[in-house]
Design a protein around this ligand. Structure first.
Ligand code: NCD
Length: 327
């Protein structure tokens, strides 16, 4: 946890004057360290409440429209669970084949429809910038659950919350974070690299040549004065790494399937390789994994990827409560 989170006290009252009330969460670009301390303070309290009482009625009467145009297991079900644990309810739309989208309805019209029925909208969509289009169309808050290869801000928030919680460091400053795998198409690393620029960290990028971190993200990181370097092999940087963030090669984004075959399986983490890593470090993955982390590593205490999913529930509970003026 950050050293001095501004811990709000449960139960929350209505707070339409809260700076978060009615806000969209489209990108990590406008967040600062104070925002993160606040979000993580609320997430920490959500964790405590779930442990103590499971569910409670903070968002009773509120409705979430959970709109997914791309596959999802964790993001959609954790937002769904977050809303239900807060006493609210959910309109789940994850098979757009059966919605009016298949009749040719525009995203803006679908969003205008859903906000007639719901208080907050979570959107995953294959196009970069789709969440911004939705937010433009909607009066109600829109949370970006992944816009193509663009951003995945709520994932980056839960990733950072995981890092704070797991490393038990209070301070992330001085740590080395190594991102591995598909850094070109992986939206989670685009958001996480940007978010980490708020701290005094060192970033390493390890990827096949055709899957490097986009220049746009690297330029933003450089502009914040954060040291970053690219590598083609993990061995060079594994011993100094405090957080190893592994990603899946995003097969669905390749125009040429032959290119996918060339790079699939380039990096596989297993117990043998991890002998070269520190004892006090963590391995993360947004999941799903295909074969980039061998299941033989799952029992290692450094394997944080299953715990990471649970932190996501608390962060998403916090965000829903905040944008609905209840935190
Ligand atoms: C990620 C995504 O959808 O970007 N998954 C997730 O939200 N946990 C990563 C991926 O699909 O590889």
């Amino acid at each position: 946890m950050p050293t001095s989170p501004q811990s709000p006290h449960l139960p929350f009252g209505d707070n339409v004057h809260s700076p978060w009330y009615g806000k969209d969460v489209l990108s990590v670009k406008n967040l600062d360290r104070k925002d993160l301390e606040y979000i993580f303070g609320v997430a920490h309290e959500m964790h405590g409440m779930v442990d103590r009482v499971g569910s409670f009625d903070l968002l009773k009467g509120k409705i979430l429209a959970n709109l997914f145009y791309e596959p999802s297991t964790r993001t959609s079900s954790s937002f769904h669970a977050a809303m239900e644990r807060l006493g609210g309810s959910v309109i789940p739309i994850n098979n757009v084949k059966y919605s009016s989208v298949s009749k040719g309805e525009s995203l803006a019209d679908t969003i205008r429809t859903l906000e007639c029925y719901a208080d907050v909208i979570v959107l995953r969509h294959p196009e970069v910038g789709s969440a911004a289009i939705a937010a433009e169309a909607a009066e109600k808050p829109v949370l970006n659950a992944g816009d193509g290869v663009g951003e995945h801000p709520t994932q980056a928030l839960l990733d950072l919350f995981t890092i704070f919680s797991e490393l038990d460091i209070g301070e992330i400053d001085g740590k080395t974070i190594t991102m591995l795998g598909d850094l070109k198409y992986g939206r989670t690393v685009h958001s996480l690299a940007r978010l980490l620029t708020l701290y005094d960290v060192k970033l390493n990028y390890v990827s096949p040549d055709i899957l490097k971190m986009p220049q746009e993200v690297m330029d933003e990181v450089a502009a914040k004065g954060i040291p970053q370097a690219e590598y083609s092999s993990l061995e060079e940087v594994l011993p100094e790494t405090d957080v190893l963030y592994v990603t899946r090669v995003q097969k669905e984004r390749f125009k040429n399937p032959g290119d996918y075959e060339k790079v699939a399986g380039s990096f596989v983490i297993n117990t043998e390789i991890m002998k070269a890593a520190k004892e006090q470090m963590i391995v993360m993955h947004p999941l799903p994994r295909v074969n980039e982390i061998s299941p033989d590593f799952d029992k290692d205490p450094r394997a944080a990827y299953f715990r990471q999913m649970e932190y996501g529930l608390y962060v998403r509970m916090a965000l829903l409560a905040m944008v609905l003026g209840k935190a």
